[in-house]
Design a protein around this ligand. Structure first.
Ligand SMILES: Cc1cc2nc3c(=O)[nH]c(=O)nc-3n(C[C@H](O)[C@H](O)[C@H](O)COP(=O)(O)O)c2cc1C
Length: 332
């Protein structure tokens, strides 16, 4: 049952903290966690955190908005588990440029979101080798439905020719990125070593894949990480591209919600996932994995699915560091 919202009483601290905890467990590029939240009455405002953006690797901020969308989705899932419906608005208010979304709580719950709540804590990016077991057709169908409910499409890269295109485009993206000193320096800030609150620790990188294999992203930014052992990965990686019909910040926020819904649904079915997004970060290469005949032609994320070993969680910032207090009109 949806909870009736009383205008006199705000959210309890327990509800608020649980929603925040779920939000920050969302995936974000390089685990930058580029978000801040402000609660007032029955509204949650979601802000981008400009200190945590990736101007070299994510110049358009597509990955930023995808990450914010994933956090918004987790928050909505936990709200549903606590009996609250949620509605997301994107105000795009020029006088408040860091405000990316407003979540209004209350009203009817929709889309069975609460069923995904147990999986928020178990979802991980898994960069280890998967087995060769195929994801069954009925699970694929569920994953496709998850994307659709959130306004996106999941297109499977079946067949050697489509995988070949992905491999070639990824290879080109990696070669271009490795020659870009600004990108490499940016990556070094976020990837490698032991990490307490953010970034990708060395332990989350998994083994290296053979050169040009294009199965998992080679994120190594230090010599030690680059020298880690090589392992063999699944023979036919199972990739799907998450696409949207249009291509701007609002669509990226929607794609981020769809991404997280797909990842949580996969987790619920015992399916492991990782992302291979370098091609998406290069406009020219991104077009190569499009289907020029279809209407859903804006690729937003390349997701790998399969069955991998259990991997540990990555760190997160303290809730106190992502929550903003004060006057809602003062965003700084
Ligand atoms: C928009 C976006 C893009 C990402 N791109 C990649 C990628 O290309 N390769 C990769 O290995 N991980 C990628 N990730 C996964 C993040 O590195 C991961 O979410 C983060 O390190 C936190 O770890 P967790 O997902 O296990 O919680 C991406 C995540 C998001 C949300």
């Amino acid at each position: 049952m949806a909870k009736a919202v009383s205008p006199m009483v705000g959210l309890s601290k327990g509800d608020r903290d649980a929603m925040l905890r779920a939000a920050v467990l969302a995936p974000s590029m390089h685990n930058t966690q580029p978000w801040r939240f402000r609660f007032h009455d029955w509204v949650v405002e979601v802000f981008r955190d400009r200190e945590r953006e990736l101007p070299a690797e994510d110049p358009d901020r597509r990955m930023l908005y995808l990450s914010l969308g994933a956090a918004i989705f987790n928050l909505r899932v936990e709200a549903a588990a606590r009996g609250y419906g949620s509605e997301v608005r994107c105000p795009m208010d020029q006088s408040r440029p860091d405000l990316v979304a407003v979540i209004e709580l209350g009203g009817p719950r929709s889309g069975q979101l609460q069923l995904l709540a147990p999986y928020v804590i178990h979802r991980r990016t898994n960069r280890r080798p998967f087995t060769d077991e195929r994801v069954p057709a009925e699970v694929r169908a569920e994953l496709g439905l998850s994307a659709r409910i959130e306004g996106a499409e999941l297109r499977w890269l079946d067949g050697p020719d489509r995988r070949w295109w992905l491999r070639m485009a990824t290879k080109d993206a990696v070669a271009a990125d490795d020659q870009d000193a600004t990108k490499t320096a940016e990556r070094r800030r976020w990837v490698g070593g032991d990490r307490a609150v953010d970034g990708v620790p060395s332990s989350a990188l998994g083994p290296k894949a053979a050169d040009g294999a294009a199965v998992v992203r080679e994120l190594a930014a230090t010599e030690a990480d680059a020298a880690r052992p090589v392992a063999s990965f699944e023979h036919e990686p199972q990739f799907a591209v998450l696409t949207t019909r249009y291509d701007g910040p609002i669509d990226w926020l929607r794609a981020g919600q769809a991404l997280e819904r797909v990842l949580l649904e996969a987790t619920a079915h015992g399916v492991s996932t990782s992302l291979l997004n370098q091609v998406i970060e290069h406009e020219d290469l991104r077009r190569q994995i499009d289907d020029p005949l279809g209407p859903w032609t804006r690729p937003q994320a390349v997701i790998r699915f399969g069955y991998g070993p259990t991997v540990p969680p990555t760190p997160r910032r303290l809730l106190a560091d992502v929550v903003m207090s004060g006057d809602p009109t003062d965003d700084r």
